[in-house]
Design a protein around this ligand. Structure first.
Ligand code: SAM
Length: 173
């Protein structure tokens, strides 16, 4: 998230309960939170946050414009949207995308291949962006799953954020 321009305009696509919208708002970003079910997002609407009720799979043209400083997509996949997501970033805009991948069917839902990324699929889908980070594999937290995630920038390589200091629980003395 620190890759995204401070105070920038960030699209939280298929935002669900708004957990990322809240985090973005708390970090001084302007948020556009989109979902077909906005019941949980409604309380966030107001200064700094626009909540939009949109069916992203209605087969219509991309309804969300362009020029975003950041786009966050988690636990959602509708493949026809992938090109438009990449094109909706403004110059220097950052995509953060994480969702389930093939192999997840061993652990539970989603197990339909329509909702599971193929190996390396996010790399292929966003080849027009500059990849900053990519991971795929099995995780155990918050529950066993197979996931794929990418952070990518629309434009040339820039500076990486400073490392976050970890408290390793070591006491002095
Ligand atoms: C598993 S939730 C993920 C929510 C959030 N991104 C997160 O990770 O906490 C998937 C979300 O996609 C939304 N969704 C599914 N189909 C959709 C559609 N056709 N248009 C818009 N939103 C949709 C659902 O309403 C749900 O909130």
């Amino acid at each position: 998230m620190p890759l995204i321009r401070y105070g920038g305009r960030v699209l939280d696509l298929a935002a669900g309960s708004g957990r990322h919208s809240r985090l973005l708002l708390a970090s001084s970003y302007t948020v556009i939170a989109v979902d077909r079910d906005i019941s949980a997002l409604f309380p966030l609407a107001g200064r700094g946050c626009e909540v939009l009720k949109i069916d992203l799979e209605a087969g219509e043209a991309w309804p969300l414009g362009t020029g975003y400083d950041g786009i966050v997509v988690t636990n959602y996949l509708h493949r026809p949207l992938l090109p438009a997501i990449g094109q909706a970033l403004g110059a220097g805009g950052v995509l953060i995308y994480e969702t389930f991948a093939c192999g997840n069917e061993r652990f539970g839902r989603p197990h339909n291949l329509d909702f599971l990324l193929r190996p390396g699929e996010l790399l292929d889908a966003f080849a027009m962006l500059t990849i900053v980070a990519f991971e795929q594999g099995e995780v155990s937290v918050p529950r066993p799953a197979v996931i794929q995630r990418i952070a990518a920038v629309a434009g040339p390589l820039g500076s990486l954020p400073d490392p976050v200091e970890l408290d390793m629980g070591q006491s002095e003395g």
